[in-house]
Design a protein around this ligand. Structure first.
Ligand code: CP
Ligand code: NVA
Length: 299
């Protein structure tokens, strides 16, 4: 049987994604230490970039399910010495039950999956961050109910998180309003594929009008540290602040995948204020990914 992979939100059907969110909520609310579906199962985790939430949530999730996780970095493995991805995928997937990768290039995860005989999970690439969206969707469902028909506002960089929000708009059936500088728009083919689900606005206030959820992310992602100063200038009118939140609906939530730069993409007042859902959102990485692991491994 061909393994199912989770490289993009589009790899699962809308029905499967919804079921997965509901399963994540169930796993969170009815934690049973005797439920150990991953006993003897192993997850390999390859990180080319830093991580706090992704690493801990996958490792803790496997442990809670009775399995285990191995942390691998290019620095300590032959991956860093140029062993081909194709060979690494064949070797690693012959020994473990699932592989999670966080890589610079999206193509690396694609190549890896093509040569893996076990499920491959995208733990963030320069193009997409689908695991974060599972947690964000779970958080919205828990705090406000179904997101179908709602309006979500993305402010800032057209980056991996923005691309995953565009895919989520398709899969979960919400409207996505984007405000970003012209030179930092999301990839056009991803926007085009979402059709009328996505609209662009000139200012954060316009994009946030009647929003049910406002989301942003850092102005310089991992690997773009050299561009920090240039980006601070380009993005200075694209901050989520009290004015932005006033334009949104009264019960709108604020989310951020974290880590955040307070005072840059979001003010302290908003990220630490009453509408912010950032900590349940971060915790839900654990529950949503446990549901994902169960879906992919225990089929
Ligand atoms: N949000 C997120 O993916 O966090 P980490 O980089 O800490 O894993
Ligand atoms: N866009 C950010 C997300 C971090 C979780 C990055 O790629 O660094």
């Amino acid at each position: 049987m061909q393994p199912r992979h989770f490289i993009s939100l589009l790899d699962l059907s809308s029905t499967e994604l919804r079921a997965l969110i509901h399963r994540a909520i169930e796993l969170k609310n009815h934690r049973d230490p005797d439920f150990q579906p991953m006993k003897g199962r192993v997850l390999a985790m390859i990180f080319e970039k830093s991580s706090t939430r992704t690493r801990i949530s996958f490792e803790a999730g496997m442990a809670q399910f009775g399995g285990s996780a191995i942390f691998l970095s290019p620095r300590d493995t032959q991956l860093g010495r140029g062993e081909p991805m194709e060979d690494s995928a064949k070797v690693i997937s012959s020994m473990v039950d699932c592989i999670m990768l966080r890589t610079h290039k999206h193509e690396t995860v694609i190549t890896f999956a093509q040569h893996s005989r076990v499920p491959v999970i995208n733990g963030l690439t320069d193009l997409l961050h689908p695991c974060q969206l599972l947690a964000d969707m779970q958080t919205y469902f828990e705090l406000r109910g179904d997101i179908a028909g709602k309006t979500v506002t993305w402010i800032g960089d057209g980056n991996n998180m923005c691309h995953s929000y565009i895919n989520a708009a398709r899969q979960f059936d919400f409207k996505l309003n984007i405000a970003c500088p012209a030179e930092y728009r999301p990839v056009q083919s991803i926007v085009d594929a979402a059709g009328n689900k996505v609209s662009f606005f000139d200012t954060p206030e316009q994009a946030a009008r009647q929003a049910d959820l406002v989301v942003t992310d850092v102005w310089a992602s991992m690997g773009q540290e050299d561009e920090q100063k240039k980006r601070e200038l380009a993005f200075r009118d694209f901050q989520v602040n009290a004015q932005t939140m006033r334009a949104a609906n009264k019960d709108a939530l604020f989310m951020h995948c974290l880590p955040a730069h307070r005072g840059e993409e979001v003010t302290e007042e908003v990220i630490d204020g009453p509408q912010s859902a950032i900590f349940p959102e971060a915790e839900n990485r654990l529950h949503a990914q446990k549901a994902l692991l169960e879906f992919l491994i225990c089929r």
